[in-house]
Write a protein that binds this ligand. Structure first.
Ligand code: FAD
Length: 449
């Protein structure tokens, strides 16, 4: 008997129930399908393509160590897999469930021969419900309910043996997929990452030593206070339950971290219920909000040239490394939506293309949360003040690192060099004043009521 194992955002051998189950039944054909059509405008973005290339290469190497290999195919996922099953005589396709709308459509299109396994979340998102069986709109209530179902089951190891089929089907060559940038090589700063299962485990070990400081350090962009596990989690290079059990103590820091980890489960449940969440306002009255068409402002934001140092530092960190600190994601997102009054979907798409951890649920839910357009209780009228945020979270060193024009500016004036009269000539003036921007946003918000 031959079985296909369909890898998606679960590029690992450890704690992979679909792989384990298929491996126990006989010969397996591990496959990854690059589907540029099914996801439509959410096809894998540029930064993630870089990550995917390296992660697929390491997965293939790990499979080869066990006498197997990764078959690469390109095309609409369901049709490609069904054709591969026909070609190889495979009688089942095993995979871990994912909740993005295009994955669910592909799962439905494959139909009968598909065996779905859990493994991408702490608990199946649809199993966490209100007392009356409804879905949660607010994370804190969701987390209370999820916590009652935790800890998750202990993770399992990799399969001992992988049986090869009698004949391997043809595979694309990874290099031909052109996932890496050519010229210019905008990913040269991504070298700080080590995609793949071994890199993920090393990052987890490093963070385990630092977790006690998480609750105090996580809001400070100048420190390495967060885990930086997000791209490994998104690509499934370890499972969330591996992470949970590895970090199951760690005092207050550990508890704070596990709460953040649960956000992934919350956003998965939300996109399961509202699959168009990256496209549509959670509260439809925001369809009336008079967003500005402001391509020059959008570009200044994307390039980190708004004249607000904390915003510019964040946007440049994103471009250079494919990642941005969470506190700064909130500040930069709020700045685009409230200060520049540009539709949150423009920001969501930019993040989609530039983040190595770009994730349909996490990205859309957080954008709508910051924008105040989502189904949760956050208000559009809640406007973050970037300059005081920068000061409060002591972002001086972070700014100096990412905005070289401001390297010579002191801690006292770096958050707002314009106001202090010490703005270097090569750093842009503020694109708009804070008070003016705030009033404009509040006036726009009033149109929605
Ligand atoms: P840690 O603080 O160490 O958290 C551990 C893990 O918990 C993260 O890796 C992540 O998987 C999860 N997590 C933490 N916070 C959140 C959150 N608010 N929502 C969902 N999961 C969370 N995260 C993504 O993984 N992909 C995205 O595309 C994404 N887009 C975002 C867009 C905006 C506008 C904002 C404000 C946040 C976004 N986040 C996204 C959430 C969060 O910023 C990142 O998960 C976090 O910064 C990743 O860094 P870390 O691994 O060091 O986080």
């Amino acid at each position: 008997m031959t079985t296909i194992v369909w890898f998606r955002q679960d590029l690992r051998l450890h704690d992979h129930p679909a792989l384990l189950s298929a491996a126990a039944s006989g010969a397996i054909i591990p496959v990854y399908v690059l589907d540029n059509e099914g996801p439509g405008e959410w096809r894998i973005g540029g930064a993630q393509r870089w990550w995917l290339h390296h992660s697929l290469a390491t997965l293939d190497a790990s499979l080869r160590e066990k006498g197997s290999r990764l078959i690469l195919r390109q095309g609409p996922a369901a049709a490609t897999l069904l054709a591969l099953a026909e070609e190889t005589g495979a009688d089942a396709i095993h995979t871990i469930r994912h909740y993005e709308p295009w994955w669910r459509a592909a799962e439905a299109a494959i139909g009968e021969g598909l065996c779905l396994h859990e493994g991408g979340h702490l608990r199946p998102p649809e199993s966490v419900t209100t007392a009356s069986g409804g879905r949660f709109r607010i994370f804190s209530a969701f987390f209370r309910s999820l916590s009652a179902m935790l800890p998750p089951e202990p993770p399992c190891g990799p399969p001992d043996v992988l049986t090869a089929p009698e004949r391997w089907p043809a595979s694309d060559d990874l290099a031909d997929w052109n996932l890496l940038p050519t010229r210019p090589n905008w990913a040269s700063g991504f070298e700080e990452w080590t995609p793949g299962e071994a890199g993920a485990r090393a990052a987890l070990e490093t963070f385990a030593d630092a977790i006690r400081h998480y609750s105090t350090g996580r809001n400070m962009p100048s420190e390495e206070g967060t885990s930086r596990l997000s791209p490994h989690l998104h690509h499934g290079e370890f499972s969330p339950r591996q992470v949970w059990h590895k970090l199951s103590d760690g005092g207050e820091g550990g508890a704070a971290f596990r709460r953040e980890l649960a956000w992934r489960d919350f956003t998965a449940g939300l996109i399961l219920a509202l699959p168009d969440y990256a496209r549509e306002n959670g509260r439809r009255q925001f369809d009336r909000l008079p967003w500005r068409e402001a391509p020059a402002d959008l570009k200044a934001w994307q390039q980190g040239r708004t004249g607000y140092p904390i915003v510019d530092a964040g946007m440049r960190q994103l471009w250079a490394t494919g990642w941005m600190h969470n506190r700064v994601r909130m500040i930069t997102a709020s700045f685009l939506v409230k200060h520049l009054l540009v539709d949150w979907r423009e920001g969501e798409r930019w993040f989609w293309d530039t983040l190595v951890d770009a994730d349909y649920g996490n990205n859309s839910v957080n954008w709508q949360w910051v924008a105040g357009t989502g189904i949760d209780a956050n208000m559009f009228g809640r406007i973050m003040a970037p300059l005081s945020q920068s000061e409060k979270f002591e972002a001086g060193d972070y700014i100096r690192r990412w905005v070289p024009e401001l390297r010579g500016v002191s801690d006292a004036t770096i958050h707002d060099p314009d106001e202090a009269g010490c703005r270097p000539a090569d750093y842009p003036p503020k694109i708009i004043g804070h008070r003016e921007a705030r009033e404009r946003a509040l006036a726009a918000g009033r149109k929605v009521r």
